[in-house]
Write a protein of this length. Sequence first.
Length: 187
Amino acid sequence: MAPTSQGFAVFQLLGIKPPETPTFEEIRSRVETEFKNDRSSALLSQKTQELSDRAKAAHDLKRAAKELGAEVKTSDFVLPDGQVPDVGSMSGQAAVAFNMKPGEISGPINSSNNGVVLELLEVQTPPDADYAAKRDEIRDSLLQYKQQQLFAIYVTNLKDEMKKSGKIKINEELIRTLAKGNSEEGM
C-alpha cells in the first residue's frame, strides 16, 4: 500500500519476469542512435578545433570559417551573466571571452549541440555608475572565488601530508583493478 494525493493505492503482483539480456534486434536502434551521437560529438569537437587552429594561424576567423563552411555571427555587447544565441550562458565555457583582448581568437568551445570559436571584436567598459552599483557583488564574488582556491590548496596539501605521514593509505592495486574493470565495461 502506498499513499497518493487522493488516498491510498494497493499494488498487486501479477508476475515475475527474470532479468534477461535483450537481443541485438531489440536494442539495435538504441545502439545505432548512441553510436551516431558519439560520432557526431567527436566530429564536432574535431571541426571546432580545426576552425580554432586555422583562425589563430591566419588571424582571421571569417576566412577560416568560410574555408570550413562554418557560419559567422556577431552579437551585441554582453555581460558575464548574459546569454548569447548559439553560445548560451557566458558564465560557462564562453567566459573565456572576458579574459581576451580585442582581435584575439578563442579555442574551441563545445556545448551539447554546437561548437563555437570566439573572436573578440571590441571591449566596452561599463560606466562608473554601473560599477558602483555592482561593486559589492563583484567584491563578494571575487572573495568567494579566492576562498574556494585557498580551500582547494589547503585540502590538497593536507591530503599530501597525510599520505606522507601514513595516515592515508591508498591501495594502488585495487585502483588499477577497478580502473581496468571500468574500462572493460565501457567497451
